[in-house]
Design a protein around this ligand. Structure first.
Ligand SMILES: [Zn+2]
Length: 477
């Protein structure tokens, strides 16, 4: 394989076609179903699917025998399924390449001139919601396969699956995996481009992902709101009761999650990798975040910060109900307070058990007999990478040198990709190449999300090389 020719081909395809496609894609407000209950009626998801489908369809002629189908199970978000036959004679091995096209909601705080549905290119960056998370995945995966075809480099069968429910916890995906099981086969390599990178200077392999559980916690104390001057001191405030209940879960002074049931023993190899990643990243471990002046991280111990972020449970309160906006807040003792909880859990903790535990913890013994309900919305398990095969470790090391000019690095991620846990369980033999473009300041889920275009290109090149090496391996074995 000619790596210079591969770089040229993929770089050119990104500049000429992929970036302009992503610009159009960013304009579509196809929020994940959890953030747009009427997604089907609104039609944005279909628009996004059509955009990706149109581009991919135009490329199939260059991939002999390739097929594309938009699979639609009744009442579920659609899934794009692309099957590219092996070019390696007699090879019955499969590579699965995964991505998602649904998006996070808008979020506030976008800088002037930027916005979630307003694509803006500034230097190397394409701003807007969903370009980096994870709209580029299908384009990057296909560009890799097209680059191999262009050089007639042989590879195993490749299946690209792009779902539309990831940001809601991928609850539709298991149905598609069951529905398509016979067609998917048994992959020996899974490629996922929905993850993060510690910097934009080298290839970052994700070694673990946290699971996530959470939902809506509601504390109701009154049938209707009353004058706070009349009721305070008599009626317990729903906010205070909620605070007390949350303190069962989280130490308000330190942010430490209290129940032992939500922890696992961290494997020594992962502690060692955390330590090494801090040597590469230094203070970027925390100063990649847009802290206000004077604000400090939870601790200055870098290894502890990495482990907190990747292997320990942590809580975020992501939304609130029962409170009027500040400008219309009167002196009322409100009837209820509700919050949306997002609890990240360690990679190897059983998500379903964690969800059940959380519900019991929050609902038991309500203070003052308040009406406390926790509506569990998700309980996905995380993922811990299996031991890397020697061929993949070598392929990754060389690909990082070829396209980034720097050695590959390994790091756990604090986020969650539910599908990886599902696949890891279903295909314990599979190897995983999980990487991504969500690096410093790229801010997926927040305001000012951007796709670092050079990294998108390089990651696509790495995928091409790794798939080629997987083919060589399949030939040998
Ligand atoms: Zn994502």
């Amino acid at each position: 394989m000619d790596t210079a020719r591969l770089s040229g081909f993929i770089g050119g395809l990104w500049d000429d076609e992929i970036v302009p496609q992503l610009v159009e894609y960013i304009r579509i407000p196809n929020k994940s179903p959890m953030f747009d209950a009427k997604w089907a009626e609104h039609g944005y998801m279909d628009q996004a699917v059509a955009l990706l489908e149109r581009w991919a369809h135009g490329k199939l002629a260059s991939l002999q025998g390739a097929t594309l189908e938009v699979v639609r199970l009744p009442g579920r978000t659609p899934l794009i399924y692309i099957d590219v036959p092996a070019t390696l004679p007699g090879c019955d091995d499969t590579v699965v390449l995964y991505g998602h096209l649904d998006k996070q909601p808008e979020m506030t705080g976008w800088a002037e001139g930027l916005g979630p549905w307003t694509p803006v290119i500034k230097g190397d960056k394409l701003y807007g919601r969903g370009g980096a998370d994870d709209g580029y995945a299908m384009f990057g995966s296909l560009s890799a396969l097209l680059a191999l075809a262009e050089q007639k480099v042989q590879h195993a069968r490749c299946v690209i699956m792009i779902e539309a429910c990831e940001e809601s916890g991928s609850y539709d995906l298991p149905h598609y995996v069951d529905h398509l099981a016979a067609r998917i086969g048994s992959p020996s390599l899974v490629v996922c481009l929905d993850s993060g990178c510690g910097n934009y200077d080298q290839l970052w392999l994700t070694t673990s992902l946290r699971g996530m559980t959470g939902g809506e916690l509601t504390v109701q104390v009154l049938e209707e709101g009353v004058h706070s001057g009349d009721a305070s001191g008599v009626v317990p405030s729903s906010f205070r009761v909620l605070r007390e209940i949350l303190s069962r879960l989280e130490d308000p002074a330190t942010g430490t999650i209290k129940p032992e049931e939500l922890y696992v023993e961290i494997p020594p190899q992962r502690i060692e990798q955390a330590r090494r990643s801090t040597e590469v990243l230094g203070e970027a471990v925390y100063d990649k975040f847009p802290f206000v002046d004077g604000m400090q991280p939870v601790t200055k111990d870098l290894v502890e910060l990495v482990l907190n972020r990747t292997w320990r449970p942590q809580l975020a309160v992501t939304g609130v109900g029962g409170m009027p906006a500040l400008e219309s807040a009167g002196n009322v003792l409100r009837p209820f307070t509700a919050v949306k909880l997002s609890l990240r859990v360690p990679p190897t903790l059983n998500g379903a058990k964690a969800g059940k535990f959380l519900k019991e913890l929050l609902e038991k013994d309500p203070p003052y007999g308040a009406k406390v309900t926790f509506k569990l919305e998700k309980d996905g398990s995380g993922w811990n990478a299996p031991q890397l095969s020697a061929w993949l470790e070598r392929a990754v090391a060389e690909a990082s040198e070829h396209y980034f000019g720097a050695p590959a690095a390994y790091m756990g991620e604090g986020g969650s990709i539910p599908f990886m846990g599902m696949l890891g369980e279903k295909f314990p033999q599979a190897q995983f190449l999980i990487t991504g473009v969500l690096g410093p300041h790229s801010n997926a889920h927040g305001p000012n999300e951007f796709l670092h275009i050079p990294t998108g290109k390089k990651v696509s090149m790495v995928v091409a090389e790794v798939i080629a090496r997987h083919g060589e391996q399949a030939k040998k074995g």
